[in-house]
Design a protein around this ligand. Sequence first.
Ligand code: GTP
Ligand code: MG
Length: 197
Amino acid sequence: LFAGSCDFVFGAQKLGQLPPLTLPEIAFAGRSNVGKSSLVNALTGRKTLARASSEPGRTKQLNFFDLAGRLMLVDMPGYGYARAAKSVKEDWQDMMFDYLRGRPVLRRVVLLLDARVELKTHDREVMDLLDRAAVSFQVVLTKCDDVKPGPLARKQAEVEAVIAKHPAAFPYLTLTSSQTGLGMEALRAELAEFALP
Ligand code: GTP
Ligand code: MG
């Protein structure tokens, strides 16, 4: 699946612009700069498919990537980007929340948390929203290459305790690094289960 073609098919800035419901969708959500676009690139083995940037607020629309005609990967804009204008932030957020709540083909949300950063109010709000919408999600810790083993183990335990309280969350975490490829095989195998035959 992941060795096949992967093409950018659509960028939606408004909910009215979402593409038709053709393929099962997997959405990548998380704070601005957490590494969503980098993860989409690492999973698909492409360096520049999704535009990644050290500048937070890089991804400004819902970007849809068609994986071998069998699965749609959706790179979302980040939430919690402090420097964006309030109106822009609210527009993004509304679109993101509406998409997460109301997309019938959405099969799984991959929620990214930076292994180096404290869990923020926004992260908890998104988990609550996914619980309420009964959208199953799995949490991925990003940038694990940049954390020493001790702090990483503590972070893992801390996040596992949080997700244990969320009915829509899978009870395990995936540790990843888009730079070293850590966790990519495991994640590919899990997501492949949602693909069309
Ligand atoms: P927005 O689109 O702004 O919401 O950001 P994003 O979540 O798509 O993050 P993006 O993939 O653009 O990456 C943000 C920054 O984190 C870039 O400078 C990346 O190089 C860096 N980054 C991403 N993944 C990793 C990783 O696994 N390890 C390390 N050390 N840095 C990473
Ligand atoms: Mg991005």
